[in-house]
Structures are given as C-alpha cells and as structure tokens.
Ligand binder design. Structure first.
Ligand SMILES: Nc1ncnc2c1ncn2[C@@H]1O[C@H](COP(=O)(O)OP(=O)(O)O)[C@@H](O)[C@H]1O
Ligand SMILES: [Mg+2]
Length: 271
C-alpha cells in the first residue's frame, strides 16, 4: 500500500478508505477495501447475507476501527479523532439501533432526542428550533400524525421512517441506512423508496449510503453502487457501470437477469 500524506485526507471526501481489512480470528470480514464517497454522492451497498455490508457501514459510522488500512471520515482520520465528536455528524439507522428504542417512547421524542445523541427523552424541554425541525422532518417522512403515539405501536414501515427522521435530526453530513427496507410490505417499501429518492435528489441533503440485498430497493437518484461478496469488493463506481447482470451474478453467486425501467431495477434468476 502506498503512503498517503495527511493533506490528502483534507480533500473533501466524506468517506475515504484505503487498504482496509477487518479481521476477527481467522476470518476476514472485509479485505482490501478501497472506497471513496463524495458529499454529493448517494451510494447503494449490495451483497448477500454475511458479505460484510454492516461491517463496512460501522466503519463509515465511526463505530468500528479497521484491523489494517486507513479510514478518513469527514476530513478526520479514524483513530486520531475523538469518535464522540465525529458520531453526531453522522446519521445512522439499523435494526440494532431500533432495538434500543423503548416501545413506550413517544415517536416525537424518539425523533427530537436525536439532536442530543441519546435514545429516549431525557430533557423536560427542547429548544424551539429542535421541535420545529423534528416536526418538519416527521412531516417529510410521513410520521407527523404519530408524534404522540408510542413508537412500539407504529407499523414496521412507520417505524423505519421515524428512524430516518431521527437520523436526519442533527443535520448530519453523512447518512447511513442499514437495510431500511427489511421487513416492509410492498406499500411500505414503495413509500420508502420514493421518499429516499426525493432525499437523494435534494442538493443540500447529506451524502447517503444505503445497504440492501434487493436491487428493487435502489431509489432512483442514487448515483453509485458498491457490490460486496465475502468481504471483498466485486465492483464499485457509478450505478450505470456497476449494476449489471454480470456484476450482480458474481456478487450473489448465481446467474441473474437484470432489468431497469424508469430508474427502477428488478433482478431474477437467469436459469
Ligand atoms: N465479531 C465477529 N467475529 C467473527 N465474525 C463476525 C463478527 N461480526 C460479524 N462477523 C461475521 O462477518 C461476516 C460479515 O458480517 P456483516 O458485516 O454483518 O454482513 P452483512 O451485513 O453483509 O450481512 C458475517 O459472516 C458475520 O457472521
Ligand atoms: Mg447486515
């Protein structure tokens, strides 16, 4: 691996990884990952179960350090920066985080409390700006009508959208979404894809990285794709170049046909 001067780290990339391995025992969870995300890019991260998608997202979320290689996030070198300063600048949703939200928590509190980087309401009063922003985000993500309802009473799709509103609350520079489409019915998925597509096209939105197993969940407007298989990158770059039947077949280990209609993808077995 070549040497990289510290000035390279300040070149504006939101995420930059070079030669990254994550090793646990004998297993390479990630191997030789080079990746770069710019502020105006929206990435989809695709791969089968166990490919290392969540591990890669945890690196990008400053929740994990690489075994080898270098990770720069928002101009800071992971390992040389206090991760507690970095994390509020990064919005993250995942099933693991969702499990930490008490089902009895009011949905409005779940969203507004994110600004204080805590799960759950702990302040008696919030700043009026926070309340306004939370209201605006809940409106945008279609959960405003549930502000007073317990989080646990929401449908899976509504909870997913409330979590994204929460992740956006601190106005992050990077938004990481780990399988937000998991467990949604068709209506819930289509609603989510359409809202994510709107966010992707909003020029002032943060850089976005969306993890999924399903090409059907790639929101129109997403610009880049990274395909992972067994911890290694199969292909990465512009969506048009990377999302091909050949690359997807290599990634998922079976011959696939891929179609694209009006910016939406569909994959099925070619057998
Ligand atoms: N702490 C760990 N020790 C050993 N193996 C792990 C550890 N955490 C995750 N793995 C394994 O690493 C692989 C990649 O996991 P993960 O990043 O969660 O994949 P994905 O999100 O693509 O399904 C999986 O095979 C998983 O079992
Ligand atoms: Mg995962």
């Amino acid at each position: 691996m070549g040497t990289v001067s510290s000035s390279d780290a300040l070149d504006g990339a939101v995420v930059r990884m070079t030669g990254v391995d994550v090793v646990r025992g004998e297993n390479f969870l990630l191997r030789g990952v080079d990746w770069r995300v710019e502020a105006d890019e929206r990435w989809v991260l695709l791969g089968p179960n166990g490919a290392g998608k969540t591990t890669l997202l945890q690196l990008a979320g400053a929740l994990l350090h690489p075994t080898r290689g270098e990770v720069w996030l928002l101009g800071e070198t992971l390992g040389a920066v206090d991760v507690f300063e970095l994390r509020p600048r990064i919005g993250l949703t995942s099933a693991a985080l969702a499990q930490r939200i008490a089902p009895s928590e009011r949905t409005g509190d779940v969203v507004v409390s994110a600004g204080y980087a805590v799960v759950g309401r702990w302040r008696e009063r919030y700043d009026v700006h926070d309340l306004t922003r939370a209201g605006m985000l809940m409106e945008q993500w279609g959960v405003a009508q549930f502000a007073h309802r317990a989080f646990g009473t929401l449908s899976e799709g509504e909870r997913k959208r409330a979590q994204i509103a929460r992740a956006l609350m601190p106005d992050p520079e990077l938004l990481l979404l780990d399988e937000p489409g998991a467990g949604l019915d068709l209506g819930g998925r289509e609603d989510l894809v359409s809202r994510l597509s709107d966010l992707a096209r909003y020029a002032y939105a943060p850089a976005q990285v969306l993890v999924t197993h399903h090409v059907e969940e790639v929101p129109p407007g997403y610009t880049h794709a990274l395909l992972l298989r067994r911890g290694e990158i199969v292909a990465s770059g512009a969506v048009d170049d990377v999302l091909t039947a050949g690359n997807l077949s290599d990634t998922f280990g079976l011959p696939l046909e891929l179609t694209r209609t009006d910016g939406r993808f569909t994959a099925r077995s070619a057998r």
